[in-house]
Ligand binder design. Structure first.
Ligand code: COA
Length: 186
């Protein structure tokens, strides 16, 4: 199987979270490794995702959309039942911004550049249009993460700001880009 079109993308439930966290810990090994860009705002070589992020998934998956802390996750599954990629949407922290969601995603290293990122973005956007009142999807991306910035731009996201020296990770300065996508007219 070499085409991402053959992968199944489905919403994740509670029982998916344990294998998902193992997949994320493995995914994190690519963060800034061998000259690849940082994609998580944490130092390269950190072995595990921050505990707070795990808890946010565990709690958020059961919270109704629109209520504080909500989060939804989709997984791309290969022919062996392994996770090939993921995308998640979550509510923003500002109580007056329930019409907007934040996005996170990743594709397993062996599945990159085969159109899976594009499919995952379409899945999340379709769900948000059909099942929620969310009008905008926002995201933050390290500006040097050109694969992600390019993927989002080609999917219709607009860069609304690039903040120089927003993050200092292991003593190195990084710019952070803010991108947004309008799902429908508000
Ligand atoms: C960014 C990422 C999700 C892209 O996933 P993907 O499945 O490889 O993306 P696709 O195959 O759907 O690519 C779609 C488009 O994105 C752009 N793109 C993807 N990877 C790219 C790369 N390495 N270099 C340049 N452009 C790239 C291209 O425009 C591509 O279209 P094309 O292949 O027709 O040229 C993947 O590289 C990844 O998981 N990176 C690490 C985690 C990460 O950065 N997550 C996002 C954090 S904000």
């Amino acid at each position: 199987m070499d085409n991402a079109a053959a992968l199944t993308i489905r919403p994740a439930g509670e029982t998916d979270l344990s294998p998902f966290f193992a997949y994320l810990d493995d995914h994190l090994r690519d963060n800034g490794a061998d000259g690849t860009p940082l994609f998580q705002p944490i130092a390269p070589g950190q072995p595990r995702l921050p505990a707070g992020l795990r808890i946010a998934f565990i709690k958020g998956i059961d919270i109704p959309v629109g209520q504080p802390g909500w989060r939804r996750l989709w997984l791309a599954i290969d022919a062996y039942g392994d996770i090939a990629g993921h995308i998640d949407l979550r509510g923003r922290p500002e109580p007056a911004a329930t019409h907007r969601a934040m996005l996170g995603m990743g594709v397993h290293r062996v599945w990159r550049r085969r159109g899976l990122g594009r499919r995952l973005l379409e899945t999340a956007a379709q769900w948000a249009r059909a099942e929620t009142d969310v009008d905008w999807i926002d995201l933050e991306v390290l500006s040097e993460n050109l694969p992600a910035v390019d993927l989002y731009a080609r999917a219709g996201f607009t860069t609304v700001a690039r903040v120089a020296d927003m993050l200092r990770i292991a003593g190195i300065s990084h710019d952070l880009s803010y991108m947004t996508f309008r799902l429908r007219e508000g």
